[in-house]
Design a protein. Sequence first.
Length: 347
Amino acid sequence: MLSNTGIAELLARQAEREAGVLSRAFRRAARSAFLWPENVTDLAAQNRPLTELRGIGPFIERQIRRWLDKPPRIRKSIPAIRQDFISLAEARQLLAMRHSWSKNLRGDLQMHTRWSDGSGTVAQMADAARERSYEYIAITDHSKGLKVAGGIDEHALRKQGTEIAKLNALISQSGGNLTLLRSIEMNLSPRGEGDMSPKSLLGLDLVLGSFHSSLRRVEDQTDRYLAALRNPNIQILAHPRGRIYNYRLGLIADWSRVLAEATRLDKALEIDCYPDRQDLNLHLLKLAREHGTRISLGTDAHHPWQLEFIELGLAATIQAKIPAERIVNFMPVPELKRWIQRVRRNQ
Ligand SMILES: [Zn+2]
């Protein structure tokens, strides 16, 4: 039987055989498959049109139905650039089987707002978080070095802080128990250096660091990761590999050394839950479990509805058997803040 990830692979291969508009449509449909909320096989069994699903028009529907009627053999060798991605349908099945696991989740630790390249305001992200009954979210807009994403400087970061403080006050006045954490996704140079004044970062509740440049290097990047982890201003390394589904493989490193260093420094590596990132991936999550490394979950949402991406990361932690006490987002706010304080003090 064809799973949604199997169909995604067939769509991606079809895109490689087609050209122009058609190729792009198949490529887009392949990416969309990771967000379809239900299994295509279930829809087909219920005689529902597949065009209910994002990215599927009548033409692609006919192609998928041909595959369903006569499933092509998907060779074991899915190319590395498309390997080890979970679909939302699959994630939801996993989470339904371990219902108690989702109850541990208290918040989301990566998202963007209109302050940088997100489409929602901080208040809209807060509303979306309250709908999910979260206890906290971290507002992590891009920092000034990432100009293409509208990164913010120290002045804007301070102004955003004032807005967040006001919103926190409003939320608690109205009896809500959501806390907006002041944070940033600080851009790191390939040498692991940040682009914000360390003083401005001390005013934040937590700091993510991530690489957005030189992501296609093919030589070993272990030193870059060790330098990033040793950067005294960050506590969480976001989307560590820098991979993107069907677009970029991500960096290569001696991950055992990287994870051992993260554990020694008590810092976290992130699962960026964005569907075409899913970074860390399952393979590295299993290694992280062996090293006892802390794991942080962030959707990298750029629109309020995208907070649902968290399910992909949560499912991955189940698959990798990450112990609950190693997942940063399972901590209540006071414990989370104590951890950050401890990491900052130990620099
Ligand atoms: Zn990023």
